[in-house]
Design a protein around this ligand. Structure first.
Ligand SMILES: Cc1ncc(COP(=O)(O)O)c(C=O)c1O
Length: 365
């Protein structure tokens, strides 16, 4: 039995009729930019997260740049960011005029820690981008206690929760991506910024619309970066189902544990107090590439997402050269994502686990 890396189709099947009806409604209304669907989604999403404001933007990368600028980041500043993350977490920093400063992750959780941040703080540090990687929860409060504002990159953590609250409500501001494969995905590109800070929210709204507060006077050089009505409407249909999908992702993780996967590879570890809605289920093994090839032969989806970490990417040479990050090296070398979705069942988890066992221990085991 083949098992895909992720499944974005099955969870949406029961919503098809509702989605079709919503799209028809939208065509009838004929309003496509910054209308009632965006305002409605922003209100629904802020309430879901327990955040004061949500601001819809065009994608998760713009969300990071706009949020950093709204937090006052600019030329001459430093922004701390993990290297073991999707490239956009760091790519969003230079457009503010600030420089990215790479910090390490704990390879057990794939997240930054207060210690890895403290190691790179300088008087020029203006903010820390805490990435809730793979749906885990970075320790935002511990990092904020170092005295530096935290921007959560929650692109991969919609549906996750923790004892401290949901990602998106833990830092000075947070950003989300609604790229179709995300835990909450739209049918194209989309993103959001969330914050409790009224001023940051106001500046984000201004920046997403050409640097104007009233759409008449243009006070800043801003962006054209809006979530459109169509995507917002689609997200509003899906949001009430996010918690059930998150439960499905957690159940899939338990199926892997019950199938004995932890005897074969290192399983992802939730940070203290976190209940991750695993966006990607990422295991570690010394022979990760060999395992990947063997899984491919058996029709099991897999992917090494960040084999070359961000600080070693060509575009980051100016800021990444000479940086030493042992936890990042370990995570980059040994990680492998295996199938994960809200509907991954016990049989599929057993099939994947059997394929991993066959690849690493041999057919007879
Ligand atoms: C951790 C992280 N940050 C930022 C982004 C950027 O989001 P987008 O693709 O919507 O620009 C992504 C999405 O791919 C991501 O995974």
């Amino acid at each position: 039995m083949a098992v895909p890396l992720f499944d974005t189709t099955t969870p949406l099947a029961p919503l098809r009729e509702r989605l079709h009806a919503k799209l028809a409604e939208l065509l009838d209304a004929g309003r496509y930019i910054l209308g009632p669907e965006v305002a409605g989604f922003e209100a629904d999403f802020a309430e879901y997260l327990g955040a004061g404001h949500a601001i819809g933007v065009a994608n998760g990368t713009d969300a990071l740049t706009l949020a950093l600028k709204a937090m006052g980041v600019g030329p001459g500043d430093e922004v701390v960011v993990p290297s073991f993350t999707f490239y956009a977490s760091a790519e969003a920093i230079p457009p503010t005029g600030a420089r990215p400063v790479f910090c390490d992750v704990d390879p057990e959780t794939f997240c930054i820690t207060a210690d890895t941040v403290r190691a790179v703080l300088t008087p020029r540090t203006k903010a820390v981008v805490a990435v809730h990687l793979f749906g885990n929860v970075a320790p935002v409060a511990e990092i904020a206690a170092l005295g530096v504002p935290v921007l959560e990159d929650a692109a991969q953590a919609a549906g996750t929760t923790s004892d401290a609250g949901r990602p998106g409500s833990l830092g000075t501001a947070a950003t989300f991506s609604f790229f179709p494969s995300k835990n909450l995905g739209c049918f194209g590109d989309g993103g959001a910024i969330t914050t409790d800070d009224d001023d940051v929210a106001e500046r984000c709204r201004m920046l997403r619309f050409h640097g104007s507060y009233d759409k008449t006077t243009f006070e800043h050089v801003g962006y054209n970066s809006r979530l459109d009505e169509l995507q917002a409407a689609i997200l509003r249909v899906q949001l009430p189902h996010l918690d059930a999908w998150a439960d499905g992702r957690r159940a899939a993780g338990r199926h892997y544990e019950e199938a004995g996967l932890g005897e074969l590879v290192v399983l992802p570890r939730p940070t203290p107090g976190a209940q991750p809605a695993w966006h990607l289920y990422v295991v570690r093994h010394d022979r990760a590439d060999e395992l990947a090839a063997a899984l491919g032969d058996r029709g099991i989806g897999h992917k090494a997402y960040y084999r070359v970490p961000t600080h070693l990417q060509p575009a980051m040479a100016e800021w990444g050269a000479g940086v030493e990050l042992p936890g990042t090296d370990e995570a980059a070398r040994a990680h492998l994502a295996i199938p994960m979705s809200p509907v991954l069942d016990a049989d599929q988890a057993a099939e994947v686990t059997a394929a991993v066992r066959e690849a690493l221990v041999g057919a007879a085991a």
